[in-house]
Design a protein around this ligand. Structure first.
Ligand SMILES: *Cc1c(COP(=O)(O)O)cnc(C)c1O
Length: 377
């Protein structure tokens, strides 16, 4: 059976974890957390990057920092993972869902402005499959309406838009290091702060509402409860696991792109014959091969394709059930305008196995079977 996902592993992870254990430094903000933060800051050019326990938690921090309150509206796509909305719903905000573009499956930047009301506080673009949303347009809308932009860049580590790292373009960005993402620590994430104004508050929120971070830097002589907060810092053992992969990030990225490009090239024949659609990478977007998906003609054909692949030992999965059609989405949010593409496109998309350790033979076998399903050899 070819798995849909295998978590990345490069070889140094256990050595680094052992180092933490032997040094008896396993709680948060140890040496490996600092190394990961610095690596992220260098890579993104952001003022500050803080490792968190998940991307969901990074988004919760962003919602707190943006001072999202009861009744505020937050614009986002409906075609996304639940955390994009959850973090704001926890603060009593209303997710306002905007349709996606059929080419990238990203929020349609042309439909955002119609969703803006007097209650709108923030826009949350989700960079689906690590391919950037149209950020120039989104930043321009945000500026004209004084909105905060929080990027859900869970899938976008190592991707860029016009040379700028995803996550560091908006006011804040959120990364995921869940085991299904390109770089992993099991469960984990990071909050990316483009400029300095949020740093102090972010450190306080992440440390249970205390100024412990300043205390450790010797800036105060004792630490105390200064504001609201929670516990969003991961164990240094998890950071150690992640750091082994960040050190080899270019190598991992290259291998993933190789797999992605092979899928794209070899399935081109099916695309040219009008059998399937393949991902579109707009100009100016450098992606990280987070995901390779194909679109079948419709829901029925997709179901048959997934079943056929499974019978041939290949696990292919689909997602997401659009949030506005889920029970919680109906209760907490609303859709702005018409659902022209969100439901239709999500129903015909399926993802092929895509991970660092996928072999060339597996890559070619999957391609062969997809072609076979469509009567090509
Ligand atoms: C994976 C993912 C998340 C959640 O990440 P966690 O680290 O598991 O909290 C949020 N948004 C998107 C788009 C994701 O793909």
């Amino acid at each position: 059976m070819i798995n849909f996902n295998v978590p990345p592993y490069t070889g140094k992870e256990l050595d680094y974890i052992r180092e933490c254990v032997e040094a008896q430094k396993i709680c948060g903000d140890g040496a490996y957390t600092k190394k990961c933060n610095s690596w992220l800051e260098e890579k993104t050019g952001a003022s500050k990057c803080l490792l968190t326990t998940s991307c969901t938690h990074a988004t919760e921090m962003a919602a707190l920092l943006a001072d999202i309150k009861e009744g505020d509206e937050v614009i986002m796509p409906s075609y996304t993972f639940v955390s994009t909305a959850d973090a704001f719903v926890l603060r009593g905000a209303v997710p306002v869902f905007v349709d996606i573009r059929p080419d990238t499956m990203n929020i349609d930047e042309q439909k955002i402005e119609a969703a803006v009301t007097a209650k709108t506080k923030a826009i949350v673009p989700v960079h689906y499959a690590g391919v950037s949303c149209e950020m120039d347009t989104i930043m321009d809308i945000a500026k004209r309406h004084s909105l905060i932009v929080i990027e859900d860049a869970a899938q976008g580590v190592m991707s860029s838009y016009k040379g700028k790292a995803l996550g560091a373009i908006g006011d804040m960005g959120c990364y995921s290091f869940h085991e299904t993402k390109n770089y992993s620590m099991g469960e984990g994430g990071a909050l990316i702060l483009r400029d300095e104004r949020y740093i102090e508050d972010a450190e306080i929120i992440r440390e249970k509402g205390t100024d412990r971070s300043r205390f450790f830097r010797g800036q105060v002589d004792k630490y105390t409860w200064v504001d609201k907060g929670s516990s969003y810092l991961p164990s240094d053992m998890n950071a150690a696991y992640l750091y082994a992969q960040l050190e080899l990030a270019d190598e991992i990225n290259e291998r993933r792109l190789e797999i992605w490009n092979t899928y794209y090239r070899e399935l081109g024949e099916l695309k040219d014959a009008g059998k399937i659609e393949l991902p579109v990478i707009p100009e100016g977007c450098d992606h990280n091969a987070h995901m390779f998906y194909i679109k079948a003609a419709d829901f029925e054909e997709r179901t048959k394709l997934i079943t056929f692949l499974k019978e041939n030992g290949i696990l292919s999965v689909f997602h997401y059930i659009p949030l506005h059609s889920a029970p919680a989405g109906k209760r907490f949010g609303r859709f702005s305008g018409e659902d022209e593409y969100t439901t239709k496109e999500s129903e015909r998309l399926t993802r092929l196995p895509m991970y660092y350790s996928l072999t060339e033979e597996e890559n070619m076998y999957i391609i062969k079977k997809v072609k076979e399903f469509y009567g090509f050899s």
